[in-house]
Design a protein around this ligand. Structure first.
Ligand code: NAD
Ligand code: MG
Length: 403
């Protein structure tokens, strides 16, 4: 029985993880669930999955949850705060940690799991965008095992030879590892989001409700907006760069609106190996949870007789400027991607709050990148400082634009 900690249990990835757990109670026990502040959702999860610990990052939410759990006769111990998140991620009894907090808030708890040599299932792509070099160094030195949850990276992982999969998990890769295995390119597929066909002059009027309505996937709000601007694909390109030690020139983004192919690996002999499936995160989650075995899920098999045409195109820079900002930041290096991630979190939050237009998200991100000092933020303290400093710059730019 593997003891599981789910960081971000009330979110979209957290819920899909718990679906897989519910289907395989003989394999997985829930040691701990965590959330930011959603007490009602957490109460229900605790009563159903009976974790030993529940952690709320906000103290007031933890107090409320504790009262409600006590009243319901639950044995779950409630903890509060960021340090408690880190302690639970590194708990001696934890075997597997699902890192599914959204945004930079996920970095420290995920790093705590890595440093404690856990099997870390990485959904929180922002951790790698913010601190990729430092993060991967910690994977290598701690002996942790890292498995990608993001559907594209999970697909690429599935398309690699077994020896290379082992090297990815423990970060034994170096810059030429993919070429040595005759891999010429990683092909990252993207749906193009809800505005692939929208005329560009309508972009200023796009509302948050329209932007979070993804055509294929059901996800949290932040990643849904990122998918609509294609910043998500930019963050994923940076994520792939670190996970697979692949130069940005060897990663190609391919728009594939049907989301049937989840990504591909191109080999030097002309072969392309792809992973296909329904757009349901239970598949990559189950794969990573049971790796190297495969287990069942409720996800229906693809019915090829009913599949519509699969189409492919490239991403237009004028429609998706955020993707190209991310590619440029990846070329520039760690400090630029730390700053871009922070700017994007602030600008997406402002868009969702009605303070910024959809088309201004990329404008703010670009302006922040131009203004922020780009020294080499490799150590954790410098990364956290740059993240904070960048957020202030982004907030000032947004306040100026909306005044
Ligand atoms: P979500 O918004 O649905 O859930 C986020 C979870 O994190 C919630 O449990 C929330 O309580 C918790 N959280 C939020 N802010 C926090 C904070 N400051 N401190 C502690 N906990 C906090 O997000 P999601 O869609 O599940 O995405 C989670 C991560 O997985 C993101 O990094 C996203 O990019 C990645 N991801 C998601 C999908 C998907 O299909 N949803 C696919 C690939 C990757
Ligand atoms: Mg993805």
């Amino acid at each position: 029985m593997r003891q599981l900690v789910i960081l971000g249990a009330t979110g979209s990835i957290g819920q899909s993880t718990l679906k897989v757990v519910a289907e395989h109670p003989e394999r997985f026990a829930v040691l701990a669930l965590t959330a930011q502040r959603s007490v009602t959702a957490m109460l229900q999860l605790c009563l159903r999955f009976k974790p030993r610990y529940a952690v709320m990052s906000e103290q007031a939410a933890a107090t409320q949850l504790q009262h409600q759990l006590q009243a319901a006769g639950s044995q779950t111990t409630v903890l509060a705060g960021t340090q408690a998140l880190c302690d639970i991620a590194a708990h001696p009894d934890a075997d597997v940690v699902m890192a599914a907090i959204v945004g930079a808030a996920g970095l420290l708890p995920t790093l705590a799991a890595v440093k404690a040599a856990k099997t870390v299932l990485l959904a929180n792509k922002e951790a790698l965008v913010m601190a990729g070099a430092f993060f991967m160094q910690q994977v290598k030195s701690s002996g942790a095992r890292l498995l990608p949850i993001d559907s594209e990276h999970n697909a690429i992982f599935q398309c690699l030879p077994a020896s290379l999969q082992q090297a990815v998990c423990t970060h034994q890769l170096h810059a030429g590892s993919l070429q040595q295995q005759s891999i010429s390119k990683l092909l990252l597929t993207a749906s193009g989001g809800p505005f692939l066909q929208t005329s560009l002059h309508e972009f200023p009027q796009i509302t948050p409700a329209q932007a979070v309505a993804h055509p294929n996937w059901t996800m949290g709000q932040k990643i849904s907006v990122d998918s609509a601007t294609m910043m998500n694909k930019g963050l994923e390109l940076i994520e792939a760069h670190w996970l697979f030690q692949c130069p940005v020139e060897q990663i190609e983004v391919v728009i594939h609106p049907q989301s049937v192919i989840h990504s591909m690996v191109q080999y030097q002999d002309g072969s392309v190996i792809a992973q296909l499936g329904q757009p349901d995160m239970c598949t990559p989650i189950a794969y990573a949870m049971a790796y190297p075995e495969r287990i069942s899920t409720q996800v229906p098999a693809l019915d090829f007789s009913k599949l519509a045409d699969l189409s492919f195109s490239s991403a237009e820079p004028a429609r998706f400027p955020n993707l190209y900002l991310a590619i440029e930041a990846c070329r520039q290096g760690q400090a630029a991607t730390t700053a871009l991630n922070a700017a994007n979190e602030v600008s997406v939050a402002a868009f969702l709050a009605g303070l910024l237009r959809f088309d201004q998200i990329a404008m703010v991100n670009a302006e922040v990148l131009e203004q922020c000092a780009m020294d080499k933020a490799i150590e954790l303290e410098a990364i956290l400082a740059l993240d904070q400093q960048t957020r202030l710059v982004a907030e000032k730019i947004i306040a100026r634009r909306s005044s």
